[in-house]
Ligand binder design. Structure first.
Ligand code: SF4
Length: 265
């Protein structure tokens, strides 16, 4: 993880990660344009034999497809550069999460970019699109969702049912995170896996989520939760995965503030 940048009072993560996704997107578009050209050119002769107007209809349909692809790509890049809400930017987030991301993983594999790097890039791009949308959420409808591995491994207290059971000894960051949720009056919960996380979301019906997890859980969580906006924050794993993990509290605070209406801050 590199240094965060401060921009308009919001901590933005390093930009190069986002470029990975955009780079892969451009390569995918070029390949798709080539395939569309082949799909257009090859059957053109055969269609003419069926009906004289079919080649025109076929060309028009593919032209609309290319137009949508180009405008979608440009809109995405424009939203990223501008950092503000543009037309359909909430829909763009859905397209990025549900359609483009699986393509990008495949494309990353082909050009030698690791799955983890594409996932990090996707998370950063998603966060950017969520922030561009300027979500406004009441504190009671904002949920901070944490992975169980943030709790100190030796701690005997059960916090999965109720995180407020934490005694605040300070051996792990659960203490700071509970204090943060008390300060901003937002909901906070710990999930031991995807199934429990989904249940917590269904029960709480949040308008926004600040989720802390590893690359895999965050990407699937962002995809599954759509259209609920999620700011994803990667956990830190100084002792390896799923064991005594950590999180930058300032990033969680920044994620909460991204959602709250000004009077709730
Ligand atoms: S801060 Fe809370 S959860 Fe963490 S070790 Fe102490 S009592 Fe347990």
């Amino acid at each position: 993880m590199g240094n965060p940048h401060l921009f308009e009072g919001v901590v933005l993560e390093d930009r190069p990660k986002k470029r990975i996704f955009i780079g892969l997107l451009v390569i995918t578009c070029l390949i798709l344009f080539f395939l569309i050209f082949l799909v257009w050119y090859v059957p053109l002769v055969g269609l003419k034999n069926i009906h004289s107007s079919l080649p025109l209809i076929f060309t028009f349909t593919l032209a609309v497809l290319v137009f949508l692809m180009i405008s979608g790509g440009l809109l995405l890049i424009f939203t990223i550069l501008r950092g503000k809400d543009t037309f359909f930017s909430h829909k763009l987030r859905g397209i990025v999460a549900k359609v483009l991301f699986p393509f990008m993983i495949l494309m990353g594999k082909m050009v030698g970019v690791s799955k983890e790097k594409v996932q990090q890039s996707f998370i950063e791009l998603n966060n950017h699109l969520v922030r561009s949308n300027r979500p406004q959420t009441r504190p009671s409808r904002l949920l901070v969702l944490l992975p169980h591995c943030i709790q100190n491994f030796d701690c005997q207290i059960k916090i999965t049912g109720n995180i407020k059971n934490c005694k605040g000894c300070g051996k792990c960051e659960i203490k700071d995170l509970v204090e943060l949720s008390d300060r901003y009056q937002v909901k906070i919960a710990v999930a031991t896996g995807g199934t429990l996380a989904r249940r917590i979301i269904v029960e709480n019906r949040p308008e926004g989520i600040v989720a802390v997890a590893c690359e895999l859980d965050l990407t699937s969580g962002i995809q599954d939760s759509y259209p609920i906006p999620v700011i994803g924050i990667l956990n830190e794993r100084p002792q390896g995965p799923c064991f005594n993990t950590k999180v930058n509290i300032e990033k969680v605070k920044s994620g909460i503030l991204d959602f709250l209406e000004p009077e709730s801050r």
